[in-house]
Design a protein around this ligand. Structure first.
Ligand SMILES: N=c1c2ncn([C@@H]3O[C@H](COP(=O)(O)OP(=O)(O)OP(=O)(O)O)[C@@H](O)[C@H]3O)c2ncn1[C@@H]1O[C@H](COP(=O)(O)O)[C@@H](O)[C@H]1O
Length: 115
């Protein structure tokens, strides 16, 4: 029996593929077409997928919600690849936060450092 790849492996593999798609032909790759259109188009798609996720969560089945969440994760990864933010950086930030409760973390929040 084959085991389905775990979440982390799927995310890492897709991120690697999305990095490779930066040099692909926009006519042959959806991700390459997004990169060619630029950051504003990627952000618009991300916003659309977030809205579709909210609608599915309110009105639709678990199957429909999973479908929209997968679109949202996919477009989040496109944005991350475009900005060269690796999945490990998100994992590191969540790990840093894991040492305190959400309420304590919220109270400690300032403005994120801008580079
Ligand atoms: N996981 C995905 C994936 N999830 C979602 N999408 C695309 O995200 C888009 C979702 O947008 P919408 O829901 O708005 O649907 P749409 O109306 O068709 O989109 P628009 O025309 O409005 O942009 C669709 O075009 C989906 O095909 C994805 N496209 C690609 N992948 C993965 O990326 C790999 C490489 O894809 P290419 O780069 O296209 O070769 C694929 O093998 C998949 O593994």
């Amino acid at each position: 029996m084959t085991t389905a790849p775990d979440f982390s492996s799927v995310i890492d593999s897709l991120y690697t593929l999305l990095q490779q798609r930066k040099t692909a032909d926009p006519g042959s790759s959806y991700a390459a077409s997004l990169y060619a259109k630029g950051l504003d188009t990627i952000l618009k798609k991300l916003g659309e997928e977030a809205a579709e996720t909210l609608i599915a969560a309110k009105n639709e089945s678990d199957t429909a919600l999973v479908y929209e969440l997968a679109d949202l994760w996919y477009h989040t990864l496109v944005l991350m690849a475009q900005r060269n933010i690796a999945p490990q950086q998100i994992a590191d930030e969540l790990t840093r936060r894991s040492t305190q409760s959400g309420l304590a973390e919220k109270a400690s929040r300032g403005t994120p450092t801008k580079e």
